[in-house]
Every structure is written in C-alpha cells, then in structure tokens.
Design a protein around this ligand. Sequence first.
Ligand code: GRF
Length: 201
Amino acid sequence: MTLRLAVLISGRGSNMRAIHQAVLDRKLDAAIALILSDKAEAAGLEYARSHGLNAEVVLKNSAETRTEYDQRLIQALENSRPQLIALAGFMRILSPAFIRHFEHRIVNIHPSLLPAFPGLHAQRQAIEAGVRFSGCTVHFVDEGCDSGPIIDQRAVPVKPEDDEATLSQRILQEEHRLYPACLQLFAENRIRLVGRKVRMV
Ligand code: GRF
C-alpha cells in the first residue's frame, strides 16, 4: 500500500530529502502529499519546491493562541489527507488537541537513543554525559517531550575527540537510513502499538 505522507519541517530538511530520495529509489513505497513548514525561510522548502513537491508554509501570527494555530495546521494537513505525519526537524511543540486529532499517526526522529537526552541539543547532552554510544530514535509522538513509544533506533559510537558538530554529523548519516526504513514498515503495515510497546509483525 502506498503510504500518503506529510512531512513537517522547520529548517534544513535533510531528513525530508532522505525520505524523498528513498521514494525516488523505490525503497520507500510512499507518496509525499505535503511538505509543511512553520518557517518561511526553512532551507528545506527550496529543495521541496525545486523537486516538484507540494510545499506549504503555515506561519503562526502573534495574535493567535497555540491551539488556534494548531487548528490551522490540522486543516492544512487534512486537505492533503495524509495517513502518517512525519516530523523532520519540526521545532514546535504540538498541542494535545493536535496529537489527539492524529492519534498514533505522528512520528518523529530524535538524535539520541531515547529515553536518554530528550529535548534540545541531544548531541551536546550526550557529549557532556560522556556516553560511549549515542544514536537516533524514531518514535510515535505523544503529549510529552520525545517520550512516545519507540519504533526503532540505531546506535553510533561517540569518539573521545567528538564535538557537537562531528557527533551530529555521524548521527545524521544514520538518521537518513533509519527514518525511511521505519516509514517503509508503516507502508507495509507492519507496525503495531501494544500499550507503550511497538511490535513489528
Ligand atoms: C535532526 O537531527 C533530527 O533528529 C532532529 O532535528 C534535526 C533535523 O535535521 N529532530 P534536518 O532538518 O532533517 O536536516
């Protein structure tokens, strides 16, 4: 089954590109119905537009509440009827109403082995903690911060000479493999959520 995907970005969009490349390479059976950004200047938008992807910017105006803004996000997303919403560097906390609206249909990639190092600067947190391994995690989005059920993870070594930039780069290479692979599991309908645990069937 071809999976209808919406990808939400705020910036560079390298995971979005990796997902699109996997579609082009026929490693991911998905149709990218919408690329949505909350930032007009997100660099990923240029890639999306120049590759003929349907890209939309939904800016929050200062007069509206987060709930009102999220209602507009929901509307923009519903117009493209996605089966799954993939957050890819989307830098906004989604409201409980948004998460309930798309229950169990929102996934995210995070640059650490969750539950270690949730939140911002996960790679810096890993270096500061002195861990020997970090990595990336694809997980369902729930109302907490990077706390939803884990779908899959990849570990990468942390080297003594690493700084935030070198570790981020090593993790990012793994993100670009892991995220399309996880989305393909959805396309194959192989993901089951049992309580807080994800089973692959
Ligand atoms: C990635 O490190 C991802 O794990 C995190 O935000 C970053 C997005 O990078 N959630 P990009 O915009 O996909 O290049």
